[in-house]
Design a protein around this ligand. Structure first.
Ligand SMILES: [Zn+2]
Length: 420
């Protein structure tokens, strides 16, 4: 804004008021759309209570959002109460769509998610680890994104692209500082995907565990919680930390790399260059090696261990119990530092949760401080392996939710043109 607003002939006060009312409208539209996206259909009365706005403000804001196809309103069923029922407002799934992409070590995934969180399309493809070069990955993601958008009836308006990657990401520009399990270092992923996909909407890139945490918070096991620790495990182990409702990312976004907490000074070498990191004891490779299987067995290898354990195979059960003990040791330290209410185990750790929860709880009883331990529970991710992908969609919706005015104005003027 600067001084430009004051250099016109218009009265200064009117300009200031005009700007302020525009700012207010912007933040109110954002509050209403976010409430509907995050918490689902609500009556106008519930929106009044939830946002603290007046009844007439809600009526007018919902009207604006309905006009441009982001929400619909329908009269609610009368529930035997006196008076007229308040109309129910719903987000329109194909009114705004997010494209989500995920780069894991041995799989890639794509999803289209509609406003309100409906998953409209989801595909995950396994890939061998020697196909993890940057070029091959980008090429495969472009193919996946193309096939998702070609699904009939899915050419809906794209409002953002979110990308989850198993690496340390600089949030400002979406570049991957390092992804040890992909063998990547200083990859400008955001810029490369912007060129390759040429999307009509902004691209945002973030760490997969951070996004898994976001997804579980909005749509999964941690709804309504403010202090959670999401532990994502496949080949590597990542963490998504939310304290007081806010993600803990560190100064540049590199924080939360709990997989590289040193836990065993004489432990096995880690791909980060150190040795004895937590992920060398609780990651997928540690489980497979303890069970006597090749360390690169991936998802299929973990399933083999699970089936053997279910059949009572001693070696498989011991391998899982060992992973559980190391998981509990690391979690005890994290619980003492962070005091979370909920620890959500994601990725392959969600799959093995039933077999590891016993040893985890017993290490927590031995090692975590009683006050913090008494308040925490350890649960599997409700969204399973897709949590980071769903989180990537949530990230992609963020520009629309933060400021729906641009989309409302663009669609509004298109409507006016069409009717002229
Ligand atoms: Zn490490």
């Amino acid at each position: 804004m600067g001084l430009e607003g004051t250099s016109t002939n218009r009265p200064v006060r009117a300009v200031v008021l005009g700007q302020r009312s525009e700012t207010v409208r912007r933040s109110n539209l954002s509050a209403v759309l976010r409430a509907l996206h995050e918490r689902g259909p609500q009556s106008r009365s519930e929106l009044v209570t939830g946002t603290g706005l007046t009844r007439s403000a809600i009526r007018s804001l919902v009207g604006e959002l309905a006009l441009v196809g982001l929400v619909t309103e329908a009269r609610a069923e009368a529930r035997g109460r006196p008076g007229r029922p308040s109309p129910v407002v719903r987000p329109v799934p194909d009114g705004a769509v997010a494209l989500a992409l995920e780069i894991a070590v041995d799989s890639l995934a794509v999803a289209l998610v509609g406003l309100g969180g409906d998953v409209l399309f989801l595909e995950r493809v396994d890939r061998s680890r020697d196909r993890a070069s940057v070029e091959a990955t980008i090429e495969a993601l472009v193919d996946l994104a193309g096939s998702a958008r070609e699904v009939p009836g899915r050419a809906d308006p794209l409002v953002g692209v979110g990308v989850a990657v198993v690496g340390v990401v600089r949030r400002a520009d979406g570049s991957v500082a390092m992804a040890p399990n992909l063998g990547w270092k200083d990859v400008p992923l955001g810029a490369l995907l912007a060129t390759a996909l040429a999307p009509t909407a902004p691209i945002a890139v973030a760490n997969e565990a951070d996004l898994g945490a976001l997804a579980e918070l909005r749509r999964g096991a941690a709804i309504g919680r403010d202090d959670i620790l999401f532990v994502s495990g496949e080949v590597g182990v990542g963490g998504g930390l939310i304290t007081g409702g806010r993600p803990l990312t560190g100064a540049a976004g590199y924080g939360g790399e709990i997989g590289h907490i040193p836990v065993r000074p004489d432990g096995r070498p880690c791909r980060c260059g150190s040795n004895g990191c937590w992920e060398t004891e609780v990651g997928e490779e540690a489980l497979l090696l303890r069970a006597g299987l090749p360390s690169d067995g991936g998802r299929a290898g973990v399933e083999t261990v699970m089936h053997a354990a279910a059949d009572g195979d001693t070696r498989a059960l011991e391998a899982l119990a060992d992973v559980g003990r190391w998981l509990g040791i690391g979690l005890a330290g994290l619980v003492n530092v962070l005091d979370p209410r909920l620890v959500v185990l994601g990725g392959r750790l969600a799959r093995i949760h039933p077999f590891v929860i016993g040893p985890v709880e017993s290490e927590l009883r031995r090692r975590a401080l009683p006050a913090a331990r008494a308040l925490v529970s350890v649960v599997p991710a409700r969204l399973g392996a897709d949590a980071p992908l769903i989180g990537a969609a949530e990230l992609a919706f963020e520009p629309l939710l933060a400021d729906p005015v641009a989309v409302v104005a663009e669609r509004g003027s298109a409507l006016i043109e069409a009717s002229a």
